[in-house]
Design a protein around this ligand. Structure first.
Ligand code: MOS
Length: 726
């Protein structure tokens, strides 16, 4: 920034914290509207086939029930899958609820009960009788055929081209490993359930849990031909969203369908067990082959991934994103394939692709280190690269070396004895493992806009349609605005998460700070110069002053002199993804300590040090929270999360937190987060690179590597449950 900073870079507490703690922050299911109806979804009990008959009579008779909709009596909607492509959608035909009689996955909505209250809708849903003609299904990745996917979506780098001759180099290299790693599907379970409250009227106000109010607005307008009406999508607060809210969800589609059919206001809150059929982190089978010379220099990297997708879309997690660029190597071969399953489409989930792909790559690096009898960190440093070889260009910044140095020092890595099973305390084997993390650093490929205006009380109001999904967006935008406007944060009012506000892209990809933050900064700069020139023009306020011109009283005076004209400025931030001279990524080095009970095989992750290089850190407090949360998610990926299927039924067996395990407080010990100094002039005018996803990437491999060090057992499947270790 070109002026003295007073709040940016400081650990400011969340500006929305008090509202959240007091229960004043309203979430999508909390808007109370007179005469509100409540909806409940009836889901398919088979994985594949057709609906033969659907008997709604008993449900209709249930006291309090207003209507029951199925594919037969639903209101008309456009064939939306052909007309609208959401920003995060993969190639294929998006799933549309109650479209026709086809069943694509177990848990798919087949009917919607709408009643005067939630309980009536839920109870009546059990009375809907559906008969099916079931077809042979498969939900087992191991039993399905791999194919090359259609061209992947915009905004995600393609699988890097092969370089050199990896097959030959691997064949002739003296030291090598080749291993296959498998991961389980994981489901999204943010604290807030997916929910929509639709206020029907001339203006259709849709309170929705989403990461993109603008895409939901466009989707609804297209789908339901609400072009003549005003549609406003509001997501002022979002109780966690890690990718499941990037695309317009089934819930918002169904809620608006019901509201349109009945011309009434409707709320739909999905129960926890329905969340298992919305999308998942694709499970995958990956084989990594690494070869090195005696000094540990990589001679060949081969990485093949086969990932799950649905029958109707080629969902693609960029699992190979860093396999060609993280380490120096001249012979690289990457293969990415999909296999179709009778499930809902997989979707993005925090560091999509990278979190899965890097588990394989970083486990393989650890295996190679043992073949070489080399320290795992030394192996990474031996193969450190200052250039992105896959794109043949330098990094805009890369402080990964500093991450290794600072992280290993805080962890005490040099005290590690290399041999497996060489560290113990009483009945527990102690293991220390490490892994590298990387994630893309970029501004959004779609533009972000922001508006700032002077209010009649002399405060500045900043507006943007971007959501705050719990990451701290309200706070960092307040900081940026306050510093740019040379004022204090109490004079800045931020309004977000409303499609009526200036256009912003989906809140995802860890690009919000870089993109929407830069738009706010630019709008504030414009406003400042507008104020200066207007003040000069009116001649009343003194010329050329600095900060006093931006004081509340001066601005109130200026507004009066303007006779009703507003003092405001709007800015648009574009990023140019093409022809870039640099590659950009955030990096992390994660060091983990595990203690494994030798008799019971219980694993405790007693210590994690996570050193992160993510450019400029706008707010160490909120940034640190992002990394801690992501680390906990990584512990879950390593040890707990498994959306296990009964392949016979083709159905996910988990229904809630009793059987879908995530880490609890008792599973989380010491997490030490440290940011290394890094400046980056290329990613964003703000100098930031984003911190939402980098925290999760290296955690699972670091834990798996620590478990090997503790026990001598190489764990190549996630999650690592007791039965696998015993
Ligand atoms: Mo993130 S997976 O872009 O919500």
């Amino acid at each position: 920034m070109d002026q003295e900073q007073t709040v940016t870079g400081k650990s400011i507490l969340r500006v929305d914290g008090p509202q959240k703690v007091r229960g004043e922050a309203k979430y999508a299911a909390e808007y109370n509207i007179p005469d509100l109806l409540h909806a409940y979804v009836v889901t398919a009990s088979i994985a594949k086939g057709r609906i033969l008959s659907i008997d709604l009579a008993a449900a209709r008779r249930f006291p309090g029930v207003v209507e029951v909709l199925s594919h037969k009596n639903r209101p008309w909607f456009w064939p939306v899958s052909f007309l609208y492509k959401d920003a995060a959608g993969p190639p294929g035909k998006p799933f549309v609820p109650l479209d026709d009689d086809r069943v694509y996955f177990s848990g798919q909505p087949v009917a919607l009960v709408i009643a005067e209250n939630y309980e009536a809708a839920r109870d009546a849903a059990a009375l809907v009788k559906v008969t099916y003609k079931a077809e042979q299904h498969t939900t087992d990745l191991a039993a399905s055929t791999a194919f090359k996917p259609r061209k992947r979506r915009i905004g995600v780098a393609p699988v890097p081209h092969p370089t050199g001759d990896a097959d030959l180099a691997f064949a002739v290299a003296p030291l090598k490993i080749e291993s296959t790693y498998t991961t389980s599907p994981e489901n999204h379970h943010p604290m807030e359930l997916f929910a929509t409250t639709v206020k029907w009227g001339k203006i259709v106000t849709v309170y929705d849990k989403t990461q993109s109010p603008k895409s939901v607005e466009l989707f609804l307008k297209v789908a339901f031909r609400l072009i003549g009406r005003k549609v406003r999508v509001v997501s002022t607060y979002v109780g966690g969203a890690f990718g499941l809210g990037l695309r317009p969800q089934q819930s918002v589609f169904l809620a608006v369908m019901a509201a349109k059919a009945l011309e009434r206001s409707v709320r739909l809150v999905l129960p926890r067990d329905h969340m298992f059929a919305l999308g998942y982190r694709a499970n995958a089978v990956q084989t990594v082959s690494l070869a090195a010379d005696e000094q540990g220099r990589l001679q060949a990297v081969r990485h093949r991934a086969v990932a799950a997708t649905s029958q109707f879309e080629d969902a693609q997690d960029p699992m190979l994103l860093f396999s060609a660029s993280l380490y120096r190597c001249n012979n690289i071969k990457l293969t990415y394939e999909l296999a179709k399953l009778d499930t809902v489409s997989p979707c993005d989930m925090r560091a999509p692709g990278a979190a899965t792909g890097m588990f394989a790559l970083e486990s393989a690096m650890d295996e190679l280190a043992y073949v070489l009898d080399m320290d795992p960190l030394a192996l990474r440093l031996t193969n450190y690269t200052e250039r992105d070889q896959s794109e043949n260009r330098p990094f805009s910044s890369k402080a990964l070396r500093e991450c290794y140095a600072l992280g290993s020092e805080r962890f005490g890595w040099h005290k590690r004895s290399r041999a497996p099973r060489s560290m113990r305390e009483d009945k527990e084997l102690i293991g220390w493992g490490m892994a590298t993390g990387a994630w893309e650093a970029a501004m959004s490929p779609a533009p972000a806009r922001a508006k700032v205006m002077v209010r009649s009380d002399g405060k500045f109001e900043v507006t943007s349609s971007i959501t705050d999904i719990g990451t701290g967006t309200y706070t960092i935008l307040s900081q940026i605005a306050a510093d740019t406007l040379e004022t204090t944060m109490d004079r800045v009012v931020i309004r977000l998460g409303d499609s009526a506000l200036p256009f912003n892209p989906i809140q995802g990809g860890s690009w919000t700070a870089a993109t929407s933050g830069a738009a706010v900064q630019s709008a504030c700069r414009k406003l400042k110069s507008t104020i200066r020139s207007r003040a000069k023009h009116t001649g009343v306020l003194g010329r050329g002053q600095g900060a006093e011109l931006l004081s509340a009283s001066a601005l109130i005076d200026l507004l009066k002199l303007q006779r009703g004209r507003k003092l405001s400025a709007t800015a648009t931030m574009f990023s140019f993804p093409f022809g870039k001279k640099f590659s950009s990524a955030t990096h992390a080095a994660v060091f983990a300590e595990v203690r494994v009970d030798e008799e019971l095989s219980v694993v405790r992750v007693t210590r994690i040090v996570c050193a992160v290089a993510a450019g400029r850190i706008l707010n160490p407090n909120t940034a640190r929270s992002q990394i801690i949360g992501a680390t906990v998610m990584g512990i879950g990926k390593a040890l707990h999360e498994d959306a296990a299927y009964d392949h016979n039924l083709g159905r996910c067996m988990a229904h809630g937190f009793a059987d879908y395990h995530i880490p609890t407080n008792a599973d989380v010990y010491d997490i030490d987060v440290v940011f290394v100094d890094e400046t980056d002039a290329e990613v964003s005018p703000l100098g930031v690179k984003g911190v939402g996803e980098i925290g999760v990437v290296a955690v699972a491999p670091a834990i798996a590597n620590a478990i090997f060090h503790a026990t001598g057992e190489r764990m190549r499947h996630l999650p690592i449950t007791i039965d696998r270790l015993a």
